[in-house]
Every structure is written in structure tokens, then in C-alpha cells.
Write a protein that binds this ligand. Structure first.
Ligand code: 6MZ
Length: 351
């Protein structure tokens, strides 16, 4: 009698070792964690008048679209997490959440943030986050390893972008592995960042870019410019015509694809089965399923794998093979790649 493999379920998806390559720190803070920070600050600070996050951002609300998601950060989370204890506490909680979900390798990304009225510089912000990442990696009982990608926001000025590159280079030996371009895709002119990304690349930083997120900014001019920076990975990759698909495949550029984010934020039309993951999964290039902003869209990475299995008919072995496909495109060292290869080859996890 031939044994049939058990179907993929949420338990299998959670136990499966997973690699997360596209997660914004501030967007990954759970509402429970935000609520905890809010309670502490309200108890400690007279006159603290920010609304409870569970009221401002009800747990059932995931339907932020690409226009309403950015104010979530600027008008709420950045105001709540605007002191060092909140940044420390939320960063620790984000790492714990990813690890509890079975993530074994995480590249977290964040935009250096100066909090002027608290006297916090961008350097201090990055250092604070990195200290938490290092603390996590030092603890041998942790099963996940974590590294940092620093983001340039599309709204940055040229000198702000150069400052971000300076910070990324300064902290390269402390765990910064790459540079990202993020932020509202309807804003900014990416061409002005060419010098910053070129300098970062030639200094040994890896590069990942938010790419073709909305139709309006997916012009030939913008996409050509972004590809001319020789990115190592691209995020989202939605409005891409054949010519650019071919260039991505030829360059073997790794992809970071975010199912729930693209559906909830209405960045694609249709449902999960219509997601461009369905086409890219047949391509030979490295590919990683990612959460983008799990605190916003409330779908942890294990859920993204379960969705892929459900809507694209993947069995346990295919889901494991999918999780492994991210390894060649990680920004961590060859040692880190070997660690992951060994981990996957030894993992049987009731296939
Ligand atoms: C583009 C995004 C994003 O950097 O403060 N960010 N940029 N597209 C997205 N997907 C829909 N989701 C988040 O994390 C929050 C910042 O990440 C960027 C935005 O610039 C947001 O302010 P950090 O840790």
C-alpha cells in the first residue's frame, strides 16, 4: 500500500523552517505589543493622550490599502514608539514573534529615524535596534538568526540617503547586511539615489529594492534606473512587463513576494490564486515568501506558506522545497547559507 503524505496544515506550516527576507521592523509590531507599550506609557507619563492601539487599529482590521498603510506608521506607530524603551521592547517582541512562528533566519529592515524632541539621533536608533539583534544572536538557545537591512525612504533627500548609506557602512560589522529602497511608491524620484546605491554596492553591501509596487511608478524609466543599480533582490515585483521579467531572470535576482500584503492592500486584482507567485514559482530564480508588515496585515509567515499550499496545490515536500529556495539569495555570509542548508537537509518534520 502506498502511504499518502498528510496534507499541509497550520501546524506543519509553523514547524517548517522558514526564511523571512522582507519584513519592516515598525510594520511587524503586533497590536498586542503596541497595546502593551501604550499601557506602560499611559501609566508612566502624565498627559499621554494617544488612543489605545486596539481602538485606533482594531485587531480585525487588515484592509489597509497602499494609500492608507503609510499614515498607519506616521500618524500612530511612530508616535507611540518614539522613545528608546519602546523601540527596545517592540524590537524584542518582533524577534520573538518571528522565532515562535518557526522562522530560522530573518533579515529585518528599518528606516533610520531621528526623534528630535527626545534627542534620539538616527545613529542611536540604528545602534539600539542592532544591540537587540546582537543580544538575540548571542543567545545560543535561540533557533533564529537575525540581520539588519537599512532602508532609504523614497521621500528622503539625497543627503539623507547618503547618511543612511554612511550608517549602513558604519554598522556593517555589527550585523547590517544590506540597503533597501522603500516608502510610498507614489512619492519621490528614485533617480536621485543612484549615487547612494552605487556607493553602497561598491562597498560590499547587498541591495534590495521595492520594485513595481504600483502601476503609476512602474514606468520603464523608473524600472530601468532601479535595475541599473544591480540589485541582489527585488520586493513585490507586481507591474512588470515581459522585458523586465526577462532581465530579472537573466540576472538571477532574488524575489521577495508578499501574498497577504498584496491582497489586503489591493495591490493586485483578484484573489490569492491570481497572485504573481503562481507565475514566478515556475522560474528558476531564488524566491522567498515574505510578510512585509505582519503587524498590519496580521498574517505570519507560516500563514503565508499555508496560503501558498492551499491556493497553489503544494504538498509538504513542495512547501519545504519552496522554503529552501530563499537560501541562495540571503544577504548573510556563506557560513549562514551552510547552516541553513544543513538545517533543511536534516529536517524531516513529519513529511
Ligand atoms: C513600501 C513600506 C511598505 O522602516 O520604520 N514600508 N514601503 N511598501 C510597503 N508595502 C506595502 N511597508 C512598510 O518600517 C515602516 C516603514 O517601512 C516602509 C514605510 O516607509 C514605513 O514607514 P520602519 O521599520
Amino acid at each position: 500500500m502506498v502511504a499518502t503524505a498528510a496534507p499541509v496544515d497550520s501546524d506543519f506550516a509553523r514547524r517548517l523552517p522558514k526564511i523571512e527576507l522582507h519584513a519592516h521592523l515598525t510594520g511587524s509590531i503586533s497590536r498586542v505589543c503596541l497595546h502593551g507599550i501604550w499601557k506602560t506609557r499611559r501609566a508612566q507619563e502624565p498627559g499621554f493622550d494617544l488612543q489605545d492601539p486596539l481602538v485606533a487599529l482594531p485587531p480585525a482590521k487588515v484592509g489597509f490599502d497602499i494609500k492608507t498603510v503609510f499614515p498607519w506608521f506616521s500618524s500612530y506607530v511612530y508616535r507611540l514608539c518614539n522613545d528608546l524603551p519602546s523601540i527596545v521592547r517592540s524590537t524584542r517582541a518582533v524577534l520573538q514573534d518571528f522565532q515562535d512562528d518557526g522562522v530560522v533566519y530573518l533579515e529585518l529592515r528599518t528606516t533610520p529615524r531621528a526623534i528630535v524632541d527626545r534627542g534620539i539621533t538616527k545613529d542611536q536608533y540604528v545602534k539600539t535596534v542592532l544591540d537587540i539583534l546582537q543580544e538575540h544572536n548571542r543567545d545560543a538557545t535561540n533557533t533564529m538568526r537575525v540581520f539588519l537591512i537599512i532602508s532609504i525612504d523614497r521621500r528622503n533627500t539625497v543627503s539623507e540617503a547618503e547618511e543612511v548609506v554612511d550608517l549602513a557602512l558604519k554598522y556593517q560589522s555589527a550585523g547590517v547586511v544590506g540597503l533597501d529602497l522603500c516608502g510610498d511608491p507614489a512619492r519621490g524620484d528614485v533617480h536621485v539615489f543612484t549615487a547612494a546605491f552605487t556607493r553602497a554596492k561598491s562597498a560590499g553591501l547587498k541591495i534590495t529594492l521595492h520594485f513595481a509596487e504600483i502601476e503609476a511608478s512602474s514606468t520603464d524609466k523608473e524600472l530601468q534606473s532601479l535595475l541599473s543599480w544591480k540589485p541582489d533582490r527585488l520586493g513585490h515585483v507586481i507591474h512588470v512587463k515581459k522585458e523586465f521579467q526577462e532581465r530579472i531572470e537573466k540576472g538571477c535576482i532574488g524575489l521577495e513576494l508578499c501574498l497577504s500584503c498584496n491582497i489586503h492592500a489591493k495591490m493586485i486584482t483578484g484573489t490569492y490564486a491570481d497572485h504573481h507567485f503562481g507565475a514566478w514559482r515556475r522560474s528558476p530564480i531564488p524566491l522567498a515568501l515574505c510578510t512585509d508588515d505582519v503587524g498590519v496585515f496580521c498574517s505570519p509567515l507560516s500563514q503565508e506558506y499555508l496560503l501558498a499550499a492551499t491556493h497553489f496545490g503544494l504538498d509538504r515536500a513542495q512547501l519545504k522545497a519552496l522554503a529552501e529556495r530563499a537560501i541562495p539569495s540571503i544577504f548573510g555570509s556563506p557560513d549562514e547559507q551552510s547552516r541553513l542548508q544543513t538545517l533543511f537537509s536534516q529536517w524531516t518534520g513529519s513529511m
